[in-house]
Design a protein around this ligand. Sequence first.
Ligand code: SF4
Length: 346
Amino acid sequence: MFRKNLLQWYKANKRQLPWRYNQDEMADPYKVWMSEIMLQQTVVKTVIPYFNKFIDRWPTVHDLAASPQEDIIDAWAGLGYYSRARNLHKCAQQIVQDHNGVFPKEEKELLKLAGIGAYTAAAIRSIAYNMPANIIDGNVERVISRVFMLQTPIKQNKSEIKDKASQFIGSFEGNHSDYAQSLMELGAKICIPKTPRCEQCPVSDMCHSFKNNKQLDIPKPLPKIEKPHKHGAVYVIQNYKGEYLVERREEKGLLANMIGLPTSKWVKGNSKYEHENIYTLYNFQHIDEKVNHVFTHFTLQLTVYTAKAPIEASSNQYFWITEDKLQSKLPSVFQKVYDLAKAQDS
Ligand code: SF4
């Protein structure tokens, strides 16, 4: 009954998304994979233009594998969690070299590919290949926690959620692709975090939280843990042609291989940051307003220093790029810095 109700509801209510297939065709594994990687930690609305841009530019896995990695990383700018872009390229190359350009169906083989974990493997198997797979994303975790009225916070309860969700997979014959998507869609559209729309829910008859009027209390929250705080300086330097001085960041670590503005080291807590050597080369003004950014593992506050460069200069570490290119390549934290410097300048 749970599955039947869900599938009926999905058929009538599913959103048209660029990676979803139409009635008569099966989903393209390349598009399913691309969308699932982009959707990790990122909302659908943000992903759609990036997905369309990537598919236009690299219509097949062969095109993506043959592209320079830097082009992929630059096109990913603004989407965050940049290791995904590097893994996207590596995985495309593995698919082409080891699997003749065809995504494997077996979980064991999928898990050997860069950036593909249990969730993405299950998504490719079920959505693209219509195979039974227990897909658990954040939306599904919330739905299952509420349907079974689970009392433990989601982060500490992964295996119970997986067990409960698998009950619906075991006896399910038929459209695995739609079933997997319907459960995620229910979490995205109806069983939403703060204000679940239980009156519109196709599985409310089977939902223990709803029957006990506990839908607003489940899932239980985790106790809050403060993120460490860092701070530092960032330098916005423009030359007489209107170009900006940038660097290609190191290959490992935060924002690896991305285009970035020059910065000092970011230091923790009350420690004082040291300016980089570049600070001595120009006549900097500092902006009173700070830029704040939240990364997964820490929060960051940057003091912005701006300067006009009297002469064109570059080095192994730094190079100049035009304003157009800068805007399309910067990760979000540096985009905020650029926006602030621009607002001050105008
Ligand atoms: S009845 Fe409400 S709480 Fe239960 S699954 Fe549906 S939307 Fe979520």
